[in-house]
Design a protein around this ligand. Sequence first.
Ligand SMILES: [Cu+2]
Length: 195
Amino acid sequence: MIVRWIAAIAAAVLAAGCDTLSKGPYAVAEVKGGEGSTVWGRVTFHQPEGGTFVGENIGYSAPIASAAADSSAGKLYIRADINGLQPGRTYAIHIHEKPDCTGNFSGAGGHFNPGGKPHGRPDALERHAGDLPNMTSDGEGVAVYAATSNLLTVAPGPYSVVHRAVVIHESPDDYRSQPAGNSGARIACGVIREE
Ligand SMILES: [Cu+2]
């Protein structure tokens, strides 16, 4: 029921066609796997300036629709397009604290956690700012992903994603285990820069 309601809202918002995505601060990370890896892609961060804005209508299911429905002003819209994953698998994706993908991505440090909180569900009050919903690949190993955050910003400040890193892990985040959701090895990384 709730899912249907969210989908209906998303469809209505998309149909309205307003789009302030191009306004407000914007950041991007080019994500790459390690040596021999097929993983590559792009993660973008839009911070709308005001009013309700709309994610692109890419015909994807719940995650995209709910992100579009939830993308009111004051929330950061995060979009990932990742290729070369294994088909039909779920991966953890996080913001990590350092703009460094060296050392098999260990250079990125731990989860971005300016609030000094425990790791948690991405919709929990107590969580790392860098905790995000898991990402799932389709039958071709492509993940099209969207999420919103009411903590993160692109604009300068303690919660800004700029000069941080996006890290993708080999396993899903269980949203419980400390400090990183038992999500396994880091398989791809990209430094976030403002555009
Ligand atoms: Cu991580």
